[in-house]
Design a protein around this ligand. Structure first.
Ligand SMILES: Nc1ncnc2c1ncn2[C@@H]1O[C@H](COP(=O)(O)OP(=O)(O)OP(=O)(O)O)[C@@H](O)[C@H]1O
Length: 273
C-alpha cells in the first residue's frame, strides 16, 4: 500500500492509531546531501536519521549553515539526497524521478514560507486553490473546500481580497489554508512567523497548535526558542548532523503557550500594536 492509500485509509478508520502504533509521516535514514561547487564539495547533511510519526509537531533548529534548509528542501521533495533514504510511506524520494517528485510535492506536501509566497493577482480563495490547479480539477467541491479552509483560519469575511489588501498575519493564514488544501502528509513551515509581530505570531502559533491537536503533522524550521517550545519535539542540527532530538513535555508546552499569551495580552493592553 502506498503512503497515499495508507494515509487515506487511516482517515476512514476512526479507530486507527488507538491501539496500533502510529504510522510514520516520514522516516529518514543516514540522509546525506552534498553540494558540488567546481573543485569543492559542501557536505550540508552528513548522515541524519530520525522518524516523524503522524500527528507529531517537530521544530528543527540549529545554527546558520547547520543544514536546516537543506533538510527542509529534501522533506519537501524539492531536492534529492546524495545518499541515504527519506521515506514517505513506502516511497523513497531518493529513488523517485523528477516528475514523481514534482507530483508528490504538488499533491501531498503543504508549504508555509516566511514570506507567504502568495500570488498577488489572485484572491484569497484562488490562492488557497493554487495547489489544486496542478491536478487540473477545480469544481464546486474544491471551491467549497477552499472557502471552508479560509473560514477555518478566520478569513471567511475576506474571501475575495487580494494579498495586498491583507495584513502579514492574514497573508500567512492564507498560506496555511493553502498548505492544507491537498490534505498533505505534513505541513512544512520555514520560519513561518519570521516576519510577524508578537501578537500576530501568537495567532499563527495558535493555528498550528489547533491543527496539530486535530492530528496534522507539522514540521517547522525556526531560530526562535519560544516558537520551538510550542512543538512536541525539537530536532537540533549542527554541522550537518543530528545534534539533539528532545521532547517538550506537555507542561513545558503549556507554560510556553501561557507565557506567550500573557506577553501578547500585555502588549494589547498597552496599545503597543
Ligand atoms: N545550493 C547550494 N549550493 C552549495 N552549497 C549550499 C547550497 N545550499 C546550501 N549550501 C551550503 O550547505 C550548508 C547548509 O546550508 P543550509 O542552507 O541548509 O543551512 P541552514 O541551517 O538552513 O542555514 P540558515 O539558518 O543560515 O538558513 C551551508 O554551508 C551552505 O553554504
Amino acid at each position: 500500500m502506498s503512503m497515499t492509500d495508507a494515509y487515506r485509509s487511516s482517515e476512514a478508520d476512526p479507530s486507527a492509531g488507538a491501539t496500533t502504533p502510529k504510522r510514520l509521516a516520514t522516516s529518514i535514514r543516514n540522509l546525506q546531501k552534498h553540494y558540488v561547487l567546481r573543485s569543492e564539495t559542501v557536505k550540508a547533511l552528513r548522515g541524519v536519521s530520525f522518524d516523524v510519526p503522524e500527528g507529531d509537531y517537530v521544530a528543527i533548529m540549529g545554527p546558520s549553515g547547520s543544514g536546516k534548509s537543506t533538510l527542509l528542501n529534501l522533506l519537501g521533495c524539492l531536492d534529492k539526497p546524495t545518499k541515504g533514504s527519506l521515506m514517505l510511506g513506502d516511497d523513497d524520494i531518493a529513488k523517485m524521478t523528477d516528475d514523481e517528485l514534482a507530483e508528490i510535492r504538488s499533491q501531498r506536501i503543504g508549504f508555509v514560507f516566511q514570506s507567504y509566497n502568495l500570488i498577488q493577482q489572485l484572491s484569497v480563495v484562488e490562492n488557497i486553490q493554487v495547489p489544486l490547479y496542478y491536478q487540473g480539477n477545480i469544481g464546486a467541491k474544491e471551491r467549497a473546500r477552499s472557502i471552508e479552509l479560509a473560514e477555518r483560519v478566520g478569513l471567511g469575511d475576506r474571501l475575495d481580497h487580494r494579498p495586498t489588501q491583507l495584513s502579514g498575519g492574514q497573508q500567512q493564514r492564507v498560506a496555511i489554508a493553502r498548505s492544507l488544501v491537498n490534505d498533505p502528509y505534513f505541513v512544512l513551515a520555514d520560519e513561518p512567523t519570521g516576519n510577524l509581530d508578537s501578537v500576530t505570531t501568537e495567532e499563527i502559533l495558535s493555528i498550528f497548535d489547533q491543527l496539530n491537536e486535530e492530528g496534522r503533522t507539522i514540521i517547522l524550521v525556526t531560530h526562535e526558542d519560544f516558537v520551538a517550545a510550542r512543538a512536541k519535539r525539537v530536532v537540533r542540527l549542527k554541522d550537518g548532523k543530528l545534534h539533539k532530538d528532545e521532547i517538550n513535555t506537555e507542561d513545558s508546552r503549556n507554560a510556553a503557550r501561557d507565557f506567550q499569551r500573557k506577553h501578547v495580552e500585555q502588549l494589547l493592553k498597552e496599545g503597543d500594536r
